[in-house]
Design a protein around this ligand. Sequence first.
Ligand code: ACO
Length: 331
Amino acid sequence: MNFRSHVLGCGGYLPERIVTNDEIAKTLDTSDAWIVQRTGIRQRHIAADGELTSDLAVKAAERALTAARLEGGDIDLLVLATATPDNTFPATATKVQARIGMTGGAAFDVHAVCTGFIYALAVADNFLKCGQARRALVIGAETFSRILDWTDRGTCVLFGDGAGALVLEAKATNGHAGAGSGSNMEGGVLSTHLHSDGGNYGILYVDGGPSLNGHVGHLRMEGKEVFRLAVERLAAVVDEALAANGLIAADIDWLVPHQANKRIIDSMGRRLGLPAEKVVMTIDHHANTSAASVPLALAEATADGRIKPGQLVLVEAMGGGVTWGAGLVRW
Ligand code: ACO
């Protein structure tokens, strides 16, 4: 039997504390005008002291489970995307597993920085399609505020903390599993497309790590080069996803992109010929929450009724590694 991964529910969680651009500008040589004009960011949520990535992930997971009318015990696969785990090991996913009452199955982290959620979605989708799991929780959760150099105006203004989660269930399909086969009108994840290029490892990285120097380290980025690659690589992977399913840009109901920079998102929307109303934009109030940004945007746009059952949703992201990817989901 062939299976397809159907979306049962999603949820998001943001820490209570909001930090505006003006607040950052009190201690750093920057301004609200510069940040808004170059990035589209107006504010970000920052985790409280002692509030960990796992705490954000648990809250998002509980909301996604409620939306799916399920409990932790109904889940047999938990894939958590994060670049800011609670501890170097064990995987943050195992802590979340215990706290949501998931008593069996497997829980592990995947790490692809801002592309993490797309990677986690692809991993879970493949487990469900091949029958190795029945119901999956896919989570993106980050506390990037802990790895920022708050004296570096070129990076610290860009990021925020948060978590988002999606519940997927394997359902038998009439068609064949895999990209480009089966009906693209049938519900569920149509396909996912992942890429990485380790030749660009050094344009976006953290200058610490257990093996490197035993420190947590701070995020370092060549912003202009990341920007250039993002526009180029995201365009290619979106074309790949559409072609694999016999679809065209006009078929897309919602573009839910990684929220790194409004200018990157606008350029993708223009390239696809999508009006702004079809692009879910959260960067102004969330900033870049790395692996959490796509599921947080999905949670917002389903909760407010924008994304409806049967609609075609395109997700895409690019991040450190560099990694990039896209997925098409019939909601
Ligand atoms: N406030 C005021 N001035 C600033 C700030 C700031 N916060 N940051 C940089 N500047 C200054 C620079 O110092 C520079 O000044 P100079 O000309 O006197 O040297 C000037 O602004 C221009 O700096 P650039 O870096 O060239 O600015 P740019 O227009 O490229 O914008 C930005 C920088 C916003 C970082 C942009 O390059 C960008 O968004 N890049 C992509 C970032 C991204 O997507 N990151 C996430 C990737 S996903 C992940 O995995 C994390």
